[in-house]
Design a protein around this ligand. Structure first.
Ligand code: URA
Length: 275
């Protein structure tokens, strides 16, 4: 489903970004209002083709109101996903990837997890965090009392960082790659507006905030991204390399802070995990 007003504005903003030193941004409210222009047009007489199957979501032409429903968010995300799918800004990544890896989960999620970049499994399956580290992340999410479908999971980079022919493993995204891809993540966050962001590892923090730091100094306390509470914790891949209960406990304490922030109940059993 295309939203003409939204598409026009995005194209204009992209042109400004590509032809100047400015990095224009649009707030979620602005995007939602542009979406509601579509809805208003769809409810006007004489535009039957726009209205097909959409009467339920049309807003009154007299009082257009931005609607932040899950289905609006899903539509807005679908439009970003479409652009990501065809993205060739990093020519080397566009030519090496199997597919882009956009993000997965609830468009209306309270929690959004942010990783660094797809690995080989994610590149094959088109979904973030499905490999070994992903399975551990899914366990953490479940231990928090959520299903994977309840939260939203995305990466700084939407393409797998390319590897020299014949070599295995993953490489970290470069600062230039992260800077190029970051606007897509910013759009995802602006649309979803989670109550809490969780950055997984120092690379994700660098991609999101542009700040470098050690996990020792960053993790376990609240930071802020655009006024949104941001918790920084270890990447699940770190826990796979360091299997000691004390490291698991650190991540778990960070996640309990997230649950507390969301005012979710924490059972005695949960409080004692990895002690
Ligand atoms: N690591 C990440 O940071 N993201 C993925 O999607 C998978 C592994």
């Amino acid at each position: 489903m295309r939203q003409p007003a939204l598409e026009l504005v995005i194209a204009a903003l992209e042109k400004i970004r590509d032809t100047s030193n400015h990095a224009p941004r649009a707030s979620r409210n602005a995007l939602a209002q542009l979406l509601s222009i579509y809805s208003v047009a769809a409810s006007l007489p004489g535009t039957p083709e726009l209205c097909e199957g959409r009467r339920a979501t049309c807003v009154s032409p007299k009082r257009p109101q931005p609607q932040q429903t899950a289905s609006h968010k899903a539509e807005m995300l679908a439009s970003v996903r479409e652009r990501v799918c065809g993205c060739t800004k990093c020519a080397h990544l566009a030519s090496s990837r199997t597919q882009t890896v956009f993000g997965v989960g609830n468009p209306d999620a309270e929690i959004m997890f942010i990783g660094e970049a797809p690995g080989a499994d994610e590149d094959q399956q088109g979904e973030p965090f499905v490999g070994r580290a992903g399975q551990l992340l899914t366990k953490i999410i479940k231990a928090m009392g959520f299903a994977r479908e309840d939260v939203y999971i995305a990466n700084i980079l939407k393409c797998r960082p390319d590897m020299p022919a014949g070599s295995f493993g993953n490489r970290a995204p470069t600062p230039a790659e992260m800077q190029t891809c970051r606007p897509y993540l910013v759009e995802q966050i602006d649309i979803i507006q989670p109550r809490v962001l969780v950055a997984l590892g120092a690379v994700a923090v660098e991609g999101l905030l542009g700040a470098r730091g050690t996990m020792r100094e960053l993790r376990g306390r609240w930071h802020s991204y655009n006024g949104m509470p941001l918790m920084i914790t270890y990447h699940p891949a770190y826990l796979l390399r360091n299997q000691s209960p004390s490291e698991k406990r650190k991540v778990w304490e960070d996640m309990m802070q997230v649950l507390e922030r969301l005012e979710k109940p924490i059972s005695e059993k949960q409080r004692n995990y990895f002690l």
